[in-house]
Design a protein around this ligand. Structure first.
Ligand code: NAD
Ligand code: MG
Length: 385
């Protein structure tokens, strides 16, 4: 009998987390659920724990510890609380693969803890590489950890690179759906509200990444994520809008040949690929059929209207702590947009002001990044009434 892989899901109550649980449930012969974590959705965490019977759960909002602990008292599941527990358990021997599916900067510390133990990390939390890609990549190398991309574009590139040499990559092309506002201009975007922005045409995702997709910040974050995941130079990373979201990304090699990875948009596929890697396992997901998509189309991104993509590229080119500033300002403005406190276009204005005002550090340490995140968040918040 095969040894089952022991899985820790960090952020199990989110969009990626819940889809990962579906994958694990469908392949109980291959995967064993060891650890579940959530921030504040105690009810769902309790429900998941009762169903999947992990060894441990962590609720990072400490005020909810008693509630979770009491609810699970008869289930012989160890209950922990707080960020410190997230880090300690990520550094423990009690699992084989950590699925990093916490959203935002909050996912950085536990991902680093896992990397420092030489673990396999299935990485959904792109912000980790945006904020501190240089340090995380160096730690991956030093501790011989493995990062397996879960983001669909990066999973596509990873799959295209199997059997290839990274020296023979000319460039990669990240595809972007364009989101719900594809083709719209500033005079329209100035009035859009969260309910409209939350309606993504092709993917159902958590609120933050859905807004990032509508503003094209998501693609900007993904350029930076790709740079560190695949060790690319800035000029080797391109973006093309592909509204059908069937080609999930492409690699062009030095001989001009291109590989693309295709399929219906379903995050369960890249999640399953990362958890099962290096194997491919069968499933009953709906299959893509060419006859249902008679035309796959491509167009340049409108970075004059969707300035976040241009700002992210600028931050990538600047390097140092600039992507950390970009990410921190973006987290603050997206949260404010979701509370109707800033307008859609205003988000870019605030991010740009933060990039201008926060001093550039060329070679930041981890504590510089933590401090930079903290200070940029305060600065971004000061621009919001
Ligand atoms: P989500 O908002 O649906 O879920 C986030 C999870 O993180 C929840 O379980 C929540 O409890 C936890 N969390 C939130 N704040 C936390 C904190 N301060 N401390 C600890 N845990 C916290 O988000 P999502 O859409 O599942 O996205 C998760 C990550 O995966 C993001 O980085 C996102 O960019 C990336 N990603 C998501 C998708 C997708 O389809 N949803 C696709 C590609 C990449
Ligand atoms: Mg993506």
């Amino acid at each position: 009998m095969k040894i089952r892989k022991r899985i820790a899901i960090y952020g199990s109550t989110g969009s990626i987390g819940t889809q990962a649980l579906e994958v694990i449930e469908a392949h109980a012969d291959l995967f064993e659920l060891e650890i579940l974590t959530a921030h504040s959705n105690a009810d769902l965490l309790i429900q998941q724990a009762k169903r999947f019977k992990p060894n441990m759960v962590v609720i990072s909002d400490e005020s909810l510890y008693t509630k979770v602990n009491e609810a699970l008292s008869g289930d012989s599941i160890k209950v922990f609380a707080g960020e410190k527990s997230l880090i300690e358990i990520a550094a423990s021997d009690s699992y084989d693969i950590l699925l990093a599916a916490i959203v935002g900067f909050a996912g950085l510390s536990s991902t680093i803890a896992a990397v420092q133990q030489g673990k396999i990390v299935a990485l959904a939390n792109k912000e980790t590489l945006v904020v501190a890609g240089d340090i995380v990549s160096a730690l991956v190398h030093k501790h011989q950890a493995t990062l397996l991309p879960v983001d669909s574009e990066h999973s596509a590139i990873f799959q295209c690179l199997v059997g290839e040499s990274s020296r023979e990559v000319e460039k990669i092309i990240l595809t972007a759906s364009g989101g719900p506002f594809l083709g719209k201009k500033p005079n329209y975007l100035i009035n859009v509200k969260k309910d409209h922005a939350l309606q993504h045409p092709n993917w159902t995702m958590g609120a933050k990444i859905t807004i990032d997709s509508a503003s094209l910040m998501n693609k900007g974050l993904e350029m930076i994520e790709a740079k560190w995941l695949f060790g690319l130079k800035n000029e080797q990373i391109e973006v093309i809008v592909h509204p059908q979201s069937i080609i999930h990304s492409m690699v062009q090699f030095v001989d001009g040949s291109m590989k693309a990875q295709m399929g219906l948009p379903d995050m369960k596929l890249p999640i399953q690929y990362a958890l099962a890697y290096p194997e491919r396992i069968s499933n009953d997901f709906k299959r893509f059929e060419f006859k249902n998509f008679p035309s796959l189309t491509f167009e340049a991104a409108d970075t004059k209207t969707f300035r976040n993509l241009a700002l992210a590229k600028d931050a990538m080119l600047l390097g140092g702590n600039a992507p950390c500033v970009l990410n921190a300002a973006n987290e603050v403005v997206v949260e404010a947009f979701l509370k109707n406190k800033v307008g859609f276009l205003e988000m870019s204005d605030i991010i740009e002001s933060c990039l201008e005002k926060v001093p550039l550090i060329e070679k930041p340490t981890l504590s510089d990044y933590i401090q930079c995140n903290y200070e940029t968040r305060a600065l971004a918040a000061s621009f919001i009434k």
